[in-house]
Write a protein that binds this ligand. Sequence first.
Ligand code: NAI
Ligand code: 15L
Length: 274
Amino acid sequence: MTTTATPRTPFNRLLLTGAAGGLGKVLRESLRPYAKVIRLSDIADLSPALDAREEVVTCDLADKQDVLQLVDGVDAILHFGGVSVEHPFEQILGANICGVFHIYEAARRHGVKRVVFASSNHVIGFYPQDEVIDARSPRRPDSYYGLSKSYGEDMATFYFDRYGIETVSLRIGSSFPEPQNRRMMSTWLSFADLTQLIERALYTPNVGHTVVYGMSDNKEVWWDNRYAAHLGYVAQDSSEVFRDKVEAQPMPAADDPARIYQGGAFCAAGPFDD
Ligand code: NAI
Ligand code: 15L
C-alpha cells in the first residue's frame, strides 16, 4: 500500500461499524496503524478483541439508544455496517436508513467531527456503462439498497451544512480480493487501495462532504474523480492483472443488465411484493 509523505498521528479511538463483514474483517487489520484503539461493532458475532487496542461491541444500527452509546468516546467513525446488497425495502429501512441517521445523530451529540461513509456505486447504477460520470452527475439509484446509500449521502450533506460534521462518502465499486466478472474489471477496488482511500478520508482537512468513487487504477473506468482531487488518492492496483482469468468466463448476453448498466444485476432485482 502507498503511504503518504506526511506521517500520520494515530487517532485515539476509531469506530468501525460492519466489522464482522467482508470489508470489516480486512479493515480490522489494515486500519490498526491509524488508531490507538479501534472499536469494532456489528450486529453479528465478532471474534474477541485481539488485545487492548481493540474493543468489541455488539450493536444493532436500527437501535438509536445503542448507537448513541456506541459512538461515545470515538474521534471518527468508519460507517461500513448495514445491509450490503438488494433486499425488500423493509429490510433496508432499519439497518441502512434509520442506521445512518442514528450514526450522524450520535456523532452530533458526542462531538465527532469526521465520518467515512461506505456508500456504493449503486447510487448511480442506472447509468449505462458507456457513459463517464463524476460526483456531481445526478444520482440514478438502481435499487432500494442504492436509494438507502443515496439517502446516506444526503444525510452527510445535511449534517455538514447544519452541524459542520465532515464526511467522505466512498462510492465503492466492487471491493473483493479480485474482480469476479467483466463488469468488475471497471469497478474493482483492491483492499490496499480501499485502505489508502480511508486513510485519505480520515486525514485530509476541510473535506466538507466529499464524494469519491472507490475504484482501483483500472483500464476502462466509468467514473471521474475530479471533485475528490483534494484527497490525493492515487490507486496503486489495477484489475488488468486478472483480465485473462475474467475473460475466460462466458460473455453475458447483449441485453443482460450486467453488460448494460454500471450497477449491473442490481438494476434487475425485484419487485419483491407481487
Ligand atoms: P457485508 O455484508 O459483508 O458487511 C456488512 C456488515 O454489516 C455485516 O457484518 C452485517 O452483519 C452488518 N450489519 C447488517 N445489518 C446490521 C445492523 N442492523 N446493525 C449492525 N450491523 C449490521 O458487506 P461488505 O462487503 O463488507 O461491505 C461493507 C460496507 O461497504 C457496506 O455498507 C456496503 O454497502 C458497502 N459497500 C461494499 C462494497 C463491496 O464491494 N464490498 C461495494 C459498495 C459498498
Ligand atoms: C455493493 O454495493 C455491494 O455491497 C457489493 O456486495 C457488490 O455487489 C458491489 O456493490 C458491486 O457493485 O459489485
